[in-house]
Design a protein around this ligand. Structure first.
Ligand SMILES: Cc1cc2nc3c(=O)[nH]c(=O)nc-3n(C[C@H](O)[C@H](O)[C@H](O)COP(=O)(O)OP(=O)(O)OC[C@H]3O[C@@H](n4cnc5c(N)ncnc54)[C@H](O)[C@@H]3O)c2cc1C
Length: 385
């Protein structure tokens, strides 16, 4: 007899671990299945830090972050550890840059509090930056970092405290939806459940194709680097903001970075997008590019010279991209008890606790009070089914 659960979540990444937490917290008997070791480095949710911010070039995302921040504070309280570190966030560049203008318009539309700083004001507050004449900045005080792996592990731990079971190193090989439930096959066992949440990151395309859904997902193996600052005290959460450099796509789409939490780590610098994409996780070459680390150090030497020190560590990490870089949070078109969370396109971590709640809401009530208007599968209608 297959062991039965109210809900099964496949994939214990940032999103799946959160979904398991909200389902268990709602009284569901939950099983969370992960193919690799919990908190592994092969996907998208491992590491020390991810940027959290309200500063989005689409007011819908700003409003969604107004739902997410309180959930992070609540999770932090439940977990009894610091998960969010406030640093302030600076977007800088020439004000006529498309991305800079779009961001400013969006923040004005959403009536988000921020400061519009000129070059002198930025360099007075943050002398670490060396900006070009005419550059300006948008500073938002609530931006910061999330302690990535700690957030994931806190969601799993709290889900288990609410009775959830977690099995890692247990790849799911087959999912068979029926009219009133779902059968889940692993290499060793068969489980059944009333509802299922599929949050399998870069493995989504193949797993969803087996469910009759062809989604236009691409995998972008990006790279991040941690650089030795010349003076660590200048690059801590208290002295240096998370930053986004609006460079008109000269360096990948946009260089961005995060201060260090402990001096041994170094300042994290990476770029948004700008890498070759592949179709399946098996095609991913996880070997870091030396050329890229030099390229980024050249950029740092120009704009934040104090961070252009030796490379302390670097690695690859996966973006799962949709065509429009908006997420997928929806029910399967034919099986409403099959819930899909995918395509977080390199900017999903700050939303993971909210995404987990949205997916749990959809699984239990087929409805969520949070805005999923951007996240429908039907927008890919011509491709999806
Ligand atoms: C370098 C980098 C920097 C980023 N920076 C930021 C940032 O600053 N701010 C931000 O908000 N976001 C950022 N992101 C994006 C964010 O990290 C991702 O959007 C988010 O982590 C996606 O989480 P996920 O749960 O969808 O994917 P994952 O964490 O990859 O989770 C999917 C899980 O499913 C498992 N799985 C897959 N198939 C199966 C199967 N058949 N059986 C069992 N388990 C399976 C996988 O092993 C994996 O653990 C960044 C991403 C990268 C790569």
């Amino acid at each position: 007899m297959a062991q039965h659960f109210d809900a099964i979540v496949i994939g214990a990444g940032g999103v799946g671990s959160a979904a398991a937490y909200y389902l268990a917290k709602a009284g569901q008997r939950v099983l969370l299945l992960e193919q690799f070791e919990l908190n592994h480095q092969n996907g998208s949710s491992y590491g020390y830090s991810r940027v959290i911010r309200y500063t989005y070039d689409n007011p819908i995302y700003i409003n969604l972050m107004r739902d997410a921040y309180p959930l992070w504070f609540d999770l932090q309280a439940q977990a009894g550890e610091q998960l969010y570190v406030k640093t302030g966030g600076l977007d800088f560049g020439f004000p006529d840059t498309d991305t800079f203008q779009k961001l400013k318009t969006s923040m004005d539309t959403a009536q988000l509090d921020y400061e519009h700083l000129n070059r002198a004001e930025i360099q007075k507050r943050y002398p670490q930056f060396v900006l070009k004449e005419g550059m300006e900045g948008l500073f938002q005080s609530e931006s910061g970092l999330l302690r990535t792996s700690r957030c994931l592990l806190a969601h799993v731990r709290l889900a288990q405290q609410h009775g959830a079971e977690m099995m890692d190193q247990t790849p799911v090989v087959k999912v068979i939806p029926g009219t009133h439930g779902v059968e889940v096959h692993t290499a060793k066992e068969v489980f059944s459940c009333d509802r299922i949440v599929l949050t399998v990151g870069s493995w989504a395309k193949s797993l969803l194709a087996a469910q009759g859904i062809e989604l236009p997902l691409k995998i972008m193996p990006c790279q991040l680097g941690f650089y030795q600052p010349n003076n660590t005290a200048d690059f801590t959460p208290g002295t240096f903001p998370v930053f986004f450099a609006h460079m008109n796509g000269i360096y990948g789409e946009m260089p961005y970075g995060i201060p260090h939490m402990d001096s041994s780590l170094g300042v994290k610098i990476t770029t948004f997008y700008g890498w070759e994409t592949v179709s399946t996780p098996d095609d991913v070459d996880y070997t870091p590019s030396q050329t890229w680390t030099e390229h980024i150090r050249d950029w740092a030497r120009e704009y934040i010279p104090g961070t252009a020190g030796s490379l302390l560590s670097t690695r690859r990490c996966l973006y799962t991209l949709t065509l429009d870089k908006d997420f997928i949070v929806d029910q399967h078109p034919d099986y409403p008890h099959v819930i899909i969370g995918a395509g977080f396109s390199g900017h999903g971590f700050k939303f993971t606790t909210l995404l987990g709640k949205m997916l749990a809401d959809l699984a239990i009530d087929s409805h969520t009070p949070h805005d999923t208007s951007l996240f429908k599968i039907s927008r890919f209608q011509s491709i999806a089914t």
